[in-house]
Design a protein around this ligand. Structure first.
Ligand code: FMN
Length: 310
């Protein structure tokens, strides 16, 4: 009997396929297209303490083999998420990951504490809550904060340390590929009590509007994702997996079963699907059934047989 189950800090996912933050909303729209309970997990849109309307001007731009975005963490804020979106995400049946962003240290810490307190209350009332918290220290699209926290290991250390102190929810730290030293960054997260790391967020990139003679994006640079980044992201996941004892969640350009297998062979416990959700609205269900079919064809009973074999 083939098993796709994977484990993140004691949280069991029915399969290793998670929909990546910012590319799946809170699951409402995709839930109209297919049954979300087949997914391993769903990461919410990046949440901040207060609602954000995001960046103005050009927000997304297609590139050969990928896309650039400068959405700027548009989201309804944590309070609205807890009141209006969490029940719906829980009801989906997939593991719920709250992705937390921020512009400064206090915002991360207060936000994590608010999510944590609300989830403690829900659990006391017998309600399911957020299963995992994903700390985004890597958003390149907010002017203040965001990526600054994700490049310097010592700056990032303070956020991870302080957030860890205010929550018992299993903590994933999402890393930036723009980090000065991604292995050192990941190792720091493990030392500071993270339960897992996820990588990578988007790569800092640029597009120039030659007619206007200026950058196409309000914040000059934007985040590159999609197939173009996969080989680099895969290398980073391989390096980090070899250095850490905690689980690694790999992402960057996954758009086929073979891509997922590469990440798992590089050492990933689970994978996230981002940009491909925009290319194929049924990505989640096709990848879940495709992975099962691949395992049966290859006579792989459990992903543990192939995880990290490269
Ligand atoms: C439009 C868009 C919005 C995103 N918003 C977030 C976000 O709010 N929080 C976050 O951690 N990552 C965000 N990401 C990054 C993705 O979750 C993912 O890390 C990245 O796109 C790489 O994976 P991919 O190549 O499969 O897209 C966003 C990506 C895109 C394309």
């Amino acid at each position: 009997m083939t098993s796709l189950i994977c484990n993140l800090a004691g949280v069991a996912l029915r399969n290793p396929i998670i929909m990546a933050s910012g590319t799946f909303g809170f699951g409402r729209e995709y839930g109209e297209l297919y049954d979300l309970s087949i997914l391993g997990g769903i990461a919410s849109k990046g949440l901040t303490l207060h609602p954000r309307s995001g960046n103005t001007g050009c927000r997304v731009q297609e590139t050969p083999s990928g896309m650039m975005n400068s959405v700027g963490l548009e989201n309804p804020g944590i309070t609205s998420f807890l009141e209006n979106e969490l029940d719906h995400m829980v009801a989906s049946g997939a593991v719920v990951i709250a992705n937390l962003g921020g512009a400064h240290l206090e915002e991360y810490v207060t936000g994590a504490a608010q999510i944590s307190e609300s989830c403690d209350l829900r659990q006391r009332q017998g309600q399911k809550a957020v299963d995992l918290l994903e700390l985004n220290i890597s958003c390149p699209n907010v002017k203040e904060g965001g990526i600054q926290f994700g490049v310097d290991t010592e700056v990032a250390r303070q956020i991870v340390r302080e957030v860890r102190q205010v929550t018992r929810i299993p903590l994933i730290v999402k890393l930036s590929p723009n980090a000065q030293d991604i292995v050192a960054m990941a190792y720091m997260c493990e030392q500071e009590g993270a339960d897992a790391v996820s990588l990578v967020n988007t790569f800092s990139a640029m597009k120039i509007d030659i007619a206007q003679r200026r950058s196409a994006f309000q914040n000059t640079y934007a985040g590159l994702s999609g197939p173009a980044i996969k080989p680099i992201a895969l290398r980073m996941v391989h390096q980090v997996s070899q250095a850490l004892s905690i689980p690694v969640i790999g992402m960057g350009g996954i758009s086929s079963v073979e891509d997922m297998i590469e990440y798992i062979m590089a050492g990933a416990e689970a994978v996230q699907i981002g940009t491909y959700n925009f290319v194929n609205l049924h990505a989640g269900e096709e990848l879940v059934s495709g992975l099962t079919a691949w395992m049966e064809k290859e006579k792989v009973q459990s992903l543990d047989e192939i995880r990290g074999i490269v």
